[in-house]
Write a protein that binds this ligand. Structure first.
Ligand code: HEM
Length: 316
């Protein structure tokens, strides 16, 4: 009897303190349950009010999380500013248009007042991306917390990022190297249901002869956008601030903005996944949330492998 009560209390404590452990050791859904109970609410409230004044920021936050995780793992490396001896990831061409740094600073400042030195910048980015998805109408899901912040951020590391010129086989290969299936990769590409791309990133598709995988009318739309210059923006689908499956429907109409988007409809393996998501938004949402949780655990640092930065732009 005493043993049974002990076991019950132990299990309860484990549930409360540890939460549901997922993937990486030491990370858990309830990581801040005791150490910073208001962490989730502070992130949620800050993202909610920021999106009320600028709904386009949702795209920025989702992209920031991807760029953070892909280089050096989800460790806040994308947030670090360059110093006189180091040129940070931020300066790379692929990161020039990443947005949302001020929002992360704002959350961090509030958290440092509430529970100094507890909530990592990497966790803030991951939570902010999750909130951005949910607030834009996408799936509502939880992610394990407990990532530590890294101390390295070098521009040269970003050379490993996937490029918009990659074809489906290359995308399957590079995502495969990081542990993602073709289905994960297509689902994650569905992040392009939010936001825009600048002409700079797709204008190569318009030069004579134009990319034949593109609808000819859509090619005119892209050319018109590019008449505004390299920084002119083209939305990935008709609803830039809504998380839906319109991105996949656009691919079916040969109206994907990037070469790396449209290519997903030109490869037999990825094409069937695109078709499935274009037809069934619930299936896309489910696969996207699973793939996002997986991405949020990419090469995370734990314990002494990292730190909790006091300022997300500087190592301690
Ligand atoms: C599959 C490989 C990927 C490639 C080649 C790629 C490439 C790009 C490019 C070139 C842009 C436009 C950037 C600019 O104009 O400066 C962009 C925007 C964006 N990407 Fe990706 N991306 C990929 C995967 C992802 C993933 C996995 C996510 C998130 C889950 C994501 C989320 C976004 C979002 C939300 C935007 C719009 C940002 C905004 O409007 O501020 N991308 N991506």
């Amino acid at each position: 009897m005493a043993m049974a009560s002990f076991l019950a209390v132990f299990l309860l404590m484990e549930l409360i303190a540890g939460g549901y452990r997922d993937g990486a050791n030491g990370l858990s859904m309830n990581y801040y349950f005791f150490s910073c109970p208001s962490a989730e609410a502070i992130v949620r409230n800050t993202v909610t009010s920021a999106l009320q004044s600028d709904p386009t920021l949702a795209a920025g936050l989702v992209r920031m999380h991807f760029h953070d995780c892909w280089i050096q793992g989800c460790d806040g490396s994308v947030l670090l500013d360059s110093t006189k001896d180091n040129t940070a990831e931020k300066e790379s061409p692929g990161n020039q248009s990443v947005r949302g740094f001020e929002l992360i600073d704002d959350v961090k400042e509030q958290l440092e007042k509430q529970c100094p030195g507890v909530v990592s910048c990497a966790d803030i980015v991951a939570m902010a991306a999750r909130e951005a998805v949910a607030l834009s109408g996408g799936p509502v899901y939880d992610i394990p917390k407990g990532r530590k912040d890294g101390r390295r951020s070098k521009i040269e590391d970003t050379l490993n990022a996937p490029a918009p010129t990659f074809n489906a086989s290359e995308l399957v290969r590079v995502f495969g190297l990081r542990g993602f299936s073709a289905q994960d990769m297509v689902a994650l590409s569905g992040g392009h249901t939010l936001g825009v791309a600048r002409c700079l990133t797709f204008k190569n598709r318009l030069s004579d002869p134009a990319d034949p995988t593109m609808d000819s009318y859509f090619s005119k739309t892209l050319s018109k956008t590019c008449s505004g210059g390299d920084d002119a923006e083209q939305t990935f689908d008709m609803t830039r601030n809504n998380f839906d499956n319109f991105y996949f429907q656009a691919l079916q109409r040969k109206s994907g903005v990037l070469f790396s988007d449209q290519t997903l409809y030109n490869n037999p393996i990825t094409k069937s996944i695109v078709k499935g998501y274009a037809m069934n938004q619930a299936k896309f949402f489910l696969d996207f949330q699973q793939a996002m949780v997986k991405m949020s655990l990419l090469d995370v640092k734990e314990g002494s492998q990292g730190e909790v930065r006091a300022d997300c732009r500087k190592i301690n």
